[in-house]
Ligand binder design. Structure first.
Ligand code: PLP
Length: 386
């Protein structure tokens, strides 16, 4: 063989099966000798891997992890939380229908419904998931889907989701629960009757701000449909991102335990702190959904706190300048404590009027609490707000 051929010739090293850490299958495709084998793999008659858009051991490892933690029959990994939301909607209702959204929901979810699905004929309507009577009267369209968050972005609203799902189902409406904020550490919405759960694994599941990924969990039958959409539409993630996320996810329970304890301590302290107008954390008695959160969530109340500052936008900007430990990061779920500004980041999709109805204005910041020593986070806010 000449040097050009030797240089590209694959090695014949056998891949060991007993490595303690999962190997990274950073390959877009596999090689075969038998045409029939490829035919059967692509046709779904045989289990295995052929082309990575349709499956990869690293996605499957992460999918198995989330299925186990969510007590789901199966799960699928996608290229982002946003792709998961879209794939979940298309799997449940592939033809234009009505999508019901609570007012308080991640702005990107509103964006998917209005900007992608709206022109395809889907119609979006706001509903109140805190008032079951009003919800019952609103759910008049069929077919339809309700999308709710187990802990909402950004004000930590917790709807009585067991009852909400029952009301939706009795109106023939399917339910997707975005479990990104609660994570399976605090909530398993399939147990409340949700038809599908989605996660932005970019956040707490990955936990280290180094991947953008999504997850969907549900029954084997529904996930089979989701899997086909992910494959055909190409919503598949990169193997290395899945590997990184699973590596991060191994400490999810420990991180969430620590972060939600930190969040409760910090939220209580912030309530009395100079310059703070209001603190929104479902673990506080002052939160409008505290009792529902106590009933619905387990092991605490999550790691997201929102607060409004008395001095409005200027005070928020000043606080960001003065914080030394806590960084302004338009995301959440990192091992460090970060903050974001919903009106310019997560909820910029909403009109001024819609933001006002939801109750988010430029004075509001959303904190994502990390696993540091809580005294250090408190000290940073004290010195910045003083
Ligand atoms: N769901 C929630 C609650 C989110 O906060 C986000 C992003 O911030 C998403 C979904 C979308 O996730 P991704 O950014 O991974 O697409």
């Amino acid at each position: 063989m000449d040097i050009y051929t030797k240089a590209v010739k694959p090695s014949d090293i056998e891949i060991p099966k007993n490595s303690v850490a999962d190997p990274i299958f950073q390959t877009s495709v596999y090689s075969f000798k038998e045409i029939d084998e490829v035919d059967e793999l692509l046709g779904g008659q045989r289990e295995g891997y052929s082309y990575t858009r349709g499956g990869n051991p690293n996605y499957d490892g992460l999918a198995q992890f989330i299925a186990s933690l969510e007590n789901a029959e199966r799960a699928v990994v996608t290229s982002s939380g946003t792709a998961s939301l879209l794939a979940a909607i298309l799997a449940l209702q592939p033809k234009p229908c009505t999508i019901y959204l609570p007012r308080e929901i991640y702005g990107g979810t509103v964006g998917i419904c209005r900007r992608i699905l709206g022109p395809m004929g889907y119609n979006t309507q706001w509903v109140d998931t805190h008032n079951l009577e009003s919800l019952r009267n609103s759910l008049s369209e069929s077919p339809s889907i309700l999308i709710a968050e187990s802990i909402s972005n950004p004000l930590g609203r917790v709807s009585p989701l067991r009852d909400v799902i029952e009301v939706a189902h009795s109106a023939g409406c399917l339910v997707i629960v975005d479990n990104t904020f609660a994570t399976p550490f605090h909530a398993n919405p399939l147990e409340w009757g949700a038809d599908l759960i989605v996660h932005s694994a970019t956040k707490f599941i990955g936990g280290h701000s180094d991947v953008v990924l999504g997850l969907i969990a549900g029954s084997a039958t529904t996930i089979r449909v989701v899997q086909e959409i992910v494959d055909v539409a190409g919503f598949t993630p990169d193997p290395f991102a899945s590997w990184l996320a699973l590596r991060g996810a191994r400490t999810l329970a420990l991180r969430m335990e620590r972060a939600s304890q930190n969040a409760l301590t910090l939220a209580s302290t912030l309530e009395g702190m100079r310059g703070v107008d209001r603190v929104y954390y479902p673990g506080l008695r002052s939160h409008p959904d505290h009792d529902i959160a106590k009933d619905l969530l387990g092991r605490g109340f999550g790691a997201i706190i929102s607060l409004s500052l008395k001095g409005g936008y200027n005070a928020v900007q000043e606080m960001i300048h003065r914080l030394e430990l806590v960084r302004f990061v338009p995301s959440l779920g990192d091992v460090t404590t970060t903050l974001s500004h919903p009106v310019v980041a997560s909820h910029r999709e909403l009109s001024e009027e819609e933001k006002q109805i939801v109750g988010i204005d430029p004075s509001i910041v959303r904190l994502s609490i990390g696993i540091e020593t809580v005294g250090d986070i408190i000290h940073d806010f004290e010195q910045a707000l003083s």
